[in-house]
Structure formats: C-alpha cells, structure tokens
Design a protein around this ligand. Structure first.
Ligand code: G6P
Ligand code: MG
Length: 218
C-alpha cells in the first residue's frame, strides 16, 4: 500500500530552481567565467558547495583556498535569499496544492527531501509547511543525491517503509537517489534527462493522487 510521497522542493513544489540558476549565473558573470543552462542542469539537487565546484570547474578559480570558496558560496546564497524573499503561496507550482490536499484526504503522508538549507524558509513563504509531516534536514546528512540517504531519512522520519513510497524529482541525480532508496520515481521534466524514472511528466500540472496510486500499483 502506498504510504507516503516524498518530494524534492526546488523545481517540484516551487520554481526556486530558476532562482538558483539566476544566482549562479550572476556569480559566474561577476567572476568572468562561462556558465549556461546546460551546466546548470548538473547543479540540480546538488549541495551548495558541490555546486560551486561545478561552477568553477575548468577555471583557475577552482584552485582558490577553501575560505574564498565559502565566501563565493555565501555571496550566491545572499543573492538567492534576496530573490526567494519574495516567494508567496501563488508560487506553488500548478497542481501541487490540489495534489497535497488529495494525498492528505487519502491518508497518504507527504515528506520533503531537499538538499537546500533554505527549504524550511521556502516552505514557510509558500504557506506549504502544513502539508508536510516530515522534512529531512540536509545539514544532518553525510551524502547528497544521487546517494539515497535523504530519501531514506524522510521515510524514516515519516515512519514508513521505503518500498511503500514514491519520490518526485526534477533532477537526474534525484531520480537516481529515489531508485537507490528502493522507491518508485516520478520525474518532472524531460524524458531525455530523467529516463531513469518510472514515470516522467513534463509538468507538475500532470501530477495527481490517482496517477501516483496507479504507478504504485502497476
Ligand atoms: C537543491 C537545489 C540545488 C541547490 C541545493 C542547495 O537541491 O536543487 O540547486 O544547490 O538545493 O541549496 P541551498 O539553498 O542550500 O544553497
Ligand atoms: Mg529539484
């Protein structure tokens, strides 16, 4: 029986993935290093410091001392926080409020598995915290996606068996993490990027409790 659905945040619950992209692009421009939407795909689901390493990859700045790198990551985060400070309930992606209501009515729990340290703040701004019975804290975990740890942690907090869960992700690394956790995976985005998922939908508006129940049963 389907016990819980565990969601990624950025790009699934709200489009903060776009703000991450804009903030990294601004930092890259300032540093005079190339960055693109294509490279940005690799940052989805990846922690802040690991993301910085990818942004700096191929540049001499990759050799900067750790303290300087922390400063750059903080700079990106300040810009990001400025942008997410304007997030409000209208920024919930299409179909998400309906889906979370419907899961609750059916007694199916919702959990959050986001690598973002800003996730609790964003949930608050969205007015979405009330829908989630558990939020995994990435600061307490050892390994990021594609490691399954964060999805397993969310399941543990919810008190459910991973095999009775579905995970929803917009990132390739996230889909791999869900599958490694022994859960069924729904990818939001292009089938080309998210081919490893059990079901790929092009938008959150196509998500529904019925579709998830069908996927779980099938
Ligand atoms: C999510 C996003 C990543 C982001 C990471 C850390 O996983 O998909 O793009 O880098 O969270 O976010 P943070 O808010 O902690 O910098
Ligand atoms: Mg994401």
């Amino acid at each position: 029986q389907l016990q819980a659905v565990i969601f990624d945040l950025d790009g699934v619950i709200t489009d903060s993935a776009e703000y991450h992209y804009l903030a990294w692009q601004a930092l890259a421009d300032e540093l005079g290093i190339p960055f693109s939407r294509e490279k940005n795909e690799r940052l989805k689901g990846v922690s802040r410091m690991e993301s910085l390493e990818i942004v700096l990859e191929g540049s001499r700045l990759a050799l900067l001392p750790e303290a300087e790198k922390l400063r750059l990551a903080e700079k990106k985060n300040d810009h990001y926080k400025e942008m997410i400070g304007r997030i409000n309930p209208a920024d919930l992606l299409p179909g998400i409020p309906e889906l979370l209501d419907s899961l609750r009515e059916r007694g199916i729990s919702a959990g959050l598995a986001s690598a973002s340290l800003n996730a609790p703040l964003i949930l608050e701004r969205l007015g979405a915290a009330r829908w989630f019975q558990a939020v995994a804290d990435p600061a307490e975990l050892r390994k990021g996606k594609p490691d399954p740890e964060i999805f397993l942690k969310a399941a543990e907090l919810l008190g459910v068996t991973p095999g009775n869960c579905i995970g929803v992700e917009d990132a390739a690394a996230g889909v791999v993490a869900i599958k490694a956790a022994g859960m069924k995976a729904v990818g939001i985005g292009s089938a080309q990027q998210l081919g490893a998922a059990d079901l790929v939908l092009s938008s959150t508006s196509e998500l529904s409790a019925l579709k998830l129940l069908e996927l779980y049963a099938g």
